[in-house]
Design a protein around this ligand. Structure first.
Ligand code: ADP
Ligand code: ASP
Ligand code: MG
Length: 440
């Protein structure tokens, strides 16, 4: 079986939704189709939720009205017949009655998460009805029936696989099974989500759970590019990446993939193919366990990083110091991305500042602390680039005019990371594009 995931822009216009219906029919064999919300919807739901939390009711109502009109227009254009236009309109009004009920109630974190789930719930229903109108053999399989996360917000892959087995067995005569990306249930059985951009992760969790032949992520660009196309003008798609390379790029900011997408696919060796909905003939990128060694294939940038330096004379010649420092981060469930040490100081970076004040207070017990916000990690990725002669020289020549705050080499053989102030990000990515890939 194949798993095909279509992102927000791929379903964001009625014509695009019709196009993906065609793409799905032309793909041979049985498949599971994972859909995101229509582009802009989750952002609108986030804004509505924020207004409601701030009790800004008129602002929330205005956004809800605008969103509903958008869906009414979308539905009128999507279906060819009056019968299905009426079904579509009925779906839209049902959803918006529910959204208004949520808005009118005691709006707490639980209602907020329910609100965020409406985008994928509505896009899949509208798409399913379109396939019905086209007389395609399809069914809707609700993600909330099988996709769960545990207390630590980790997907429960084995349970997901165990639930999917009988469900798919009961749908064995169905060619196209449609489900929602992004949404899930948490350990309290409440509606939750896999964080922004999480539909990619849904596709990869399903693909890994059922050991699919391939997981295809269809989006608005022709594969993983060598640099961030939102920031640098000239970039090109990479035809092949290893799981490790793609994993590092996704984690360190290549928005085309949710940061965790590659983890389950790698574990179960299910290839991931990135394809362009707007240009289906373009080869895209295939991510598997095969790959060429020794060259930097791509760079990515992750913003919102905080650097912490702990200076302590107690560190000099002492063992056990780093363990005590790490325990503080463990206690506050805050992952560390980069680390570098000297005899009397250790610098590290985090991307979650949820517990920063408490972490700082604990670390002050060890020595003096310096905290810098608005930092960016630039991550350079290539299979086995670590230890290759001349690679670091090229990187630092390219970054000659950028003040580099931290460097990490040798942590993995596939990654070199440098930390810079975010104000230098564009300059650094452009310089690396010229210095490493000859693109000016
Ligand atoms: P979808 O809605 O389909 O999930 P996203 O907007 O989440 O699409 O991801 C696709 C976008 O990722 C592209 O339009 C592109 O601007 C951005 N992007 C960032 N870095 C990269 C990269 N290295 N390669 C390709 N796309 C990237
Ligand atoms: N709709 C969700 C978001 O915008 C999930 C996704 O598109 O992957 O974050
Ligand atoms: Mg995305």
């Amino acid at each position: 079986m194949l798993v095909l995931k279509f992102g927000g822009t791929s379903v964001g216009k009625p014509d695009r939704m019709k196009k993906i219906a065609r793409l799905v029919t032309e793909t041979p064999g049985r498949k599971i189709v994972v859909l995101s919300a229509l582009s802009g919807t989750t952002n609108a739901l986030v804004r509505i939720g924020e207004h409601l939390i701030a009790s800004a009711i008129p602002a929330a109502e205005k956004e809800i009205d605008t969103l509903e009109s958008h869906y009414q227009a979308f539905t009128n254009e999507l279906y060819a017949t009056d019968t299905f236009r009426a079904i579509g309109q009925e779906i839209v009004s049902r959803f918006f009655i529910f959204i208004r009920l949520l808005a009118a109630g005691q709006f707490d974190d639980k209602s907020y998460r329910e609100l965020l789930a409406q985008g994928e719930l509505i896009s899949t229903e509208l798409f399913y009805q379109y396939l019905q109108e086209q007389k395609m053999n399809s069914r809707l399989l609700p993600a909330l029936h099988f996709m769960t996360i545990d207390e630590n917000e980790e997907p429960e892959l084995e349970k997901i696989a165990a639930r999917l087995k009988p469900l798919l067995e009961s749908l064995r005569n169905v060619d196209t099974i449609i489900t929602q990306g992004y949404i899930c249930r948490n350990y309290r059985n409440e509606i939750d989500n896999l964080k922004r951009g999480g539909s990619d992760y849904t596709a990869s969790l399903i693909g890994s759970a059922i050991r699919a032949e391939e997981i295809q992520i269809w989006t608005d660009i022709d594969g993983m590019h060598n640099n961030d196309p939102r920031i640098v003008k000239k970039t090109y798609p990479i035809s092949e990446l290893t799981f490790d390379e793609a994993s590092e790029l996704a984690y360190f900011g290549a928005k085309i993939l949710h940061p965790s997408t590659i983890v389950p696919a790698h574990k179960y060796n299910v290839p991931v193919r990135l394809k362009n909905t707007m240009d289906e003939k373009a080869p895209g990128t295939i991510i598997s366990n095969k790959g060429k060694e020794g060259t930097i294939k791509a760079v990515a940038a992750k913003d919102g990083i905080t650097a912490i330096k702990i200076k302590s004379s107690r560190m000099l010649m002492a063992y056990g110091f780093l363990r005590r420092v790490f325990e503080v981060f463990e206690q506050y469930k805050t992952p560390i991305d980069m680390i570098s040490t000297s005899e009397v100081a250790v610098s590290l970076t985090i991307d979650s500042t949820a517990h920063l004040t408490a972490i700082e207070a604990e670390l002050k017990k060890f020595g003096s602390i310096e905290v810098d916000t608005n930092q960016t990690i630039i991550c350079l990725v290539g299979h086995k680039i670590g230890g290759q002669q001349g690679i670091l020289e090229n990187v630092f020549r390219a970054l000659a005019n950028i003040p580099v705050r931290m460097v990490s080499v040798g942590g993995s053989a596939n990654n070199i990371s440098v930390l810079i102030d975010t104000s230098f990000k564009e300059k650094a990515l452009t310089a690396l594009n010229a210095g490493l890939f000859g693109l000016t």
